[in-house]
Ligand binder design. Structure first.
Ligand code: ADP
Ligand code: ASP
Ligand code: MG
Length: 851
């Protein structure tokens, strides 16, 4: 009897680290030993597809070399770590030629983009095959494009970048692959009927695996990733998320479509059609059982999971009385179809039709949206509403659960729900809201629907129970306050912020060690405690201020500070502030055309910095993204010429360019991208000698969250700096230096059980720490008085302020807690005390510095 095929897919994070390859090798060997024929499908190394996606746009401006260098370096490093020598020139040279061609012609097609991106999977699998062969595994490398063919040829983004393949059984393919004991191949890539490279959509390696499984009639399809299964919501956003041990194909399909990134939406249909079980497993914890997706008998009416898609665009069409007209909807949807835009959700009323789509899922670009709107405006008044999020509840007979959602939806009393949609299948209920509301709504819905539910054969443990040691893990890796517990408990004042000097020093030392950053300025708005400022100035950092009040404060606090070590970066400030700051001799940044055009005499004869908008914001929350179309900061890219002219006319010398994309950024390449952008802009300003890359370095806040890889930030900057030896690189982080060094201590005042909820009331609230109320930010909370006691209650930790939003933490697991206990709110050193307010006249929190 022939050996059955089994397909194993490993995602980007799984293949990027040598430890991942240990699991790949072990899982492959286990299947071989059990008499099966493994087909291993791999993604590109994490981050590589994004880099490749940016390559051709960069090449248009001649900026492809650093991207290529970085790609070569990453693969060389992995090869070295895996102990193999692989010549990848046949992969990278065509890519380099492609980029060079684009740099000469200044344009590229969707097909060229597909060819560029396919390189990531080809390179990763070449390294992996060499490694597995070196370990003695009988593995054959196969080009997936010789196995999977798309259903149509065409040149739209949908054809080239998000193509579909046929999932019928393919005996010829099975016979061909049965000649090998084990196979290693690429996800994401296929060929169109004309033999050209096509892609299956971002995240499409899951779909490749399912297609291989379907076409080969595999016994099983395993999706190995960086989480141990499908959870009730994204566990990286909500650590209380519960493992779903078993899911029906229908539910998994609905969840994937609704945005649970762990499974690509097109990977369920092929396995469902052939009734192939699909397992989701964790590469770094291969011992955990994961989630099994299969055909389940009907269960009770319940919500299984919550998913969110954050990149949704709505098109609202006012129908001008045409609604009753026969064929109106056909015209509208005809226009969507002609532009290759696939509609997700629709709602209709007497005078308006609103439809949503996900630009990323269907590879829809801005030009396509503009063309679609132009077409629609022929038959109605259409406008696009971007930056929306679709939050979906998924489960069977979802309508039967509606009555339980009231409290969570109260959040929307004064805010808009743009669209509500109920699937005819009764498998999902979706709300479209502003993206900025998404995190809070998901958190509330999840707490309401899942907290306190008993584990059973379908619902498993929470993410936190699986990964975190009881309490100390509210922030990871043995935080300083565990060792300092006694000194913290001795602090009498309450509420009190306590800062740990050595932790600030350590963060400063890490930044000062960056090889490719010349100077670091601390953004004092994060925490302006004089003792911390003096510490940082003594360590060698400069300071960044945004108001005259901050300038006065830093010079008063730090007698040794010279103006050359101070940046002044105000926003929409009055004329007199610029004049005063220039007179003081600090570096002044102008972030708008207005000051230069209207008050040129203020800047005459001065050196200035310009803040530019890099065009794309980043960060942990919409409200902290400080760039892009919707942000008030920075000179827009199209105004660069005008601002250069205005500075010259004013007689000011532009000596520095600055950009800051947002805060809480964890992608290591972000600052190198900013540097590339600024270096490009610097060609218009002959006197520029400094690029200020901004701050926004993310810190670890939630259990399971990866820390920002500072060495990778530095490495990514290397090539850009080498390309521009005359420019100095500066950075101006705030949060990174102080967030982990600070905690907020609060005293428990009252405890209340109401309905099915417990509230623990403390003397700190939104007047002390605004971030949870303002951003929905998550801070770890522990009972410092009972640090080693078992966790026994689930409670909302609330403050004394007369606002429903006065909550420091929702649904927190704490030990049995009593009046007078000291609670500790972790990672509160940044934007804590500085954002505290006098609301309700409850007084200011104390501040204590521990050396
Ligand atoms: P891979 O690179 O292995 O394909 P992905 O990043 O595409 O991995 O998918 C895994 C990620 O999906 C997880 O890290 C998690 O953040 C996210 N995710 C979103 N929703 C869920 C969910 N409901 N259950 C598990 N993971 C989820
Ligand atoms: N490498 C591709 C991407 O990042 C496909 C995948 O990872 O599934 O989109
Ligand atoms: Mg994926």
């Amino acid at each position: 009897m022939t050996r059955p095929f089994v397909v194993l897919k490993f995602g980007g994070t799984s293949v990027a680290a040598p430890e991942g390859w240990r699991t790949i090798a072990a899982a492959t060997r286990a299947h071989l030993d059990a008499g099966r024929r493994p087909v291993v499908v791999c993604s590109a190394l994490a981050g590589v597809s994004d880099a490749l996606d940016g390559l051709l746009p960069a090449a248009v401006g001649g900026r492809h070399a650093p991207v290529l260098d970085d790609l070569r370096r990453r693969h060389a490093e992995l090869a070295a770590a895996l102990g193999v020598e692989v010549d990848l020139s046949d992969v990278f040279e065509p890519l380099e030629r492609l980029a060079l061609g684009v740099s000469l012609t200044g344009e590229f097609t969707h097909r060229m983009r597909a060819r560029a991106m396919a390189t990531g999977e080809l390179a990763a699998t070449r390294l992996g095959a060499a490694h597995l062969q070196a370990l003695g595994l009988p593995i054959t490398w196969i080009d997936a494009r010789d196995c999977l063919t798309t259903v149509e040829a065409g040149d739209t983004p949908a054809h080239a970048l998000a193509a579909r393949c046929d999932d019928h059984a393919d005996a010829a393919l099975a016979a061909r692959l049965a000649a090998h004991d084990a196979i290693l191949t690429q996800g994401f890539v296929a060929r169109d009927p004309q033999g050209r490279t096509a892609l299956l959509g971002r995240g499409g390696s899951d779909t490749s695996a399912a297609l291989f499984a379907a076409r080969l009639g595999a016994a099983r399809c395993e999706i190995w990733t960086d989480v141990p299964g499908v959870y009730t919501t994204n566990p990286r956003d909500v650590p209380q998320a519960r493992l779903l041990r078993r899911l029906d194909y229908d539910e998994a399909q609905e969840l994937a479509t609704a945005g649970a990134k762990v499974l690509h939406p097109r990977c369920l249909a092929p396995v469902r059609r052939h009734r192939i079980p699909l397992e989701v497993r964790c590469t770094v914890h291969p011992d955990l059982p994961g989630t099994v997706v299969g055909a389940l008998e009907d269960g009770p009416a319940e919500v299984k999971a919550i998913a969110a898609r954050r990149n949704v665009t709505l098109v609202s069409m006012d129908t001008l009385g045409m609604w009753q007209q026969v064929g109106f909807l056909a015209q509208v949807f005809g226009a969507f179809a002609r532009h290759g835009v696939s509609v997700d959700l629709v709602s209709t009323s007497e005078s308006n039709v609103t439809a949503s789509f996900d630009p990323a899922a269907g590879a829809v670009d801005d030009a396509t949206v503009a063309a679609l709107l132009a077409d629609l405006n022929q038959v109605c008044r259409a406008r696009a509403l971007r930056d929306c999020a679709a939050i979906s509840l998924v489960g069977r007979q979802i309508r039967a659960t509606l009555h339980r959602l009231g409290p969570a939806l109260a959040l929307f009393e004064d805010r808009r729900i743009h669209l509500v949609s109920q699937a005819a299948s009764d498998l999902n209920l979706t709300f479209v809201v502003d993206a900025a509301e998404a995190d809070r709504l998901v958190g509330r819905l999840h707490a309401l629907l899942f907290d306190g539910r008993e584990a059973d054969d379908r619902l498993g443990p929470t993410w936190r129970e699986t990964f975190a040691a009881p309490q100390a893990a509210a922030t990871p890796a043995a935080p300083w306050w565990v060792a300092e517990r006694a000194r913290l408990l001795a602090v009498e004042a309450s509420p009190a912020y306590v800062y740990h000097g050595p932790t600030v020093d350590a963060a400063a030392a890490r930044l000062l060690a960056l090889r490719h950053v010349d100077r670091v300025f601390y953004a004092i708005k994060a925490n302006d405690h004089p003792a911390l400022l003096r510490r940082l100035v003594a360590a060698g950092l400069g300071l960044e201020c945004v108001s005259p009040g901050e300038l006065d404060h830093v010079f008063a606090a730090c007698p040794a500070l010279t103006p050359d070590r101070v940046l002044f970066t105000p926003n929409f400030a009055p004329r007199a502030e610029y004049a005063a700051a220039l007179a003081r001799g600090v570096h002044v940044t102008v972030d708008n055309l207005h000051p230069l055009v209207r008050w040129p005499e203020v800047f005459a004869g001065h050196d200035i910095f310009l803040r530019l908008d890099p065009g794309q914001g980043r960060g942990h929350h919409a409200k902290v993204r400080t760039a892009g179309r919707r942000s008030k900061f920075g000179v827009a890219p199209e105004e660069l010429g005008a601002v250069a002219d205005a500075a010259a006319a004013a007689g000011a010398r532009v000596v520095g360019l600055h950009a800051h994309a947002g805060s809480g950024i964890r992608e290591a390449g972000a600052w190198a991208e900013t540097a590339v952008f600024l270096a490009d802009a610097a060609t218009r300003f002959p006197d520029v000698r400094v690029l200020d890359l901004g701050g926004g370095l993310g810190v670890r806040e939630k259990p399971g969250q990866a820390a920002l890889d500072l060495a990778a930030v530095d490495d990514a900057l290397g090539p850009v700096r080498r390309a521009h030896p005359s420019l100095a690189f500066w950075m101006e982080p705030g949060r990174y230096l102080v967030a982990e060094a600070g905690v907020l201590l609060a005293r428990v005042q009252q405890i209340k059980a109401k309905g099915d909820k417990t509230y623990i009331g403390v003397d700190a609230g939104m007047h002390t720490l605004l971030r949870p109320a303002l951003y929905g930010a998550w801070h770890g909370i522990v009972n410092l008085s009972r640090l080693d006691a078992p966790l026994a209650v689930t409670a909302d930790v609330v403050g004394p302020i007369c606002e429903t939003g006065d909550v420091l933490g929702h649904a927190r697991r704490l030990p049995r807690t009593e009046e007078g206990d000291r609670l500790l709110v972790a990672t509160a050193g940044a934007y804590g005390r500085t954002m505290a307010s006098g609301y309700n006249r409850r007084g200011a929190p104390a501040e204590v510095v521990l050396d």
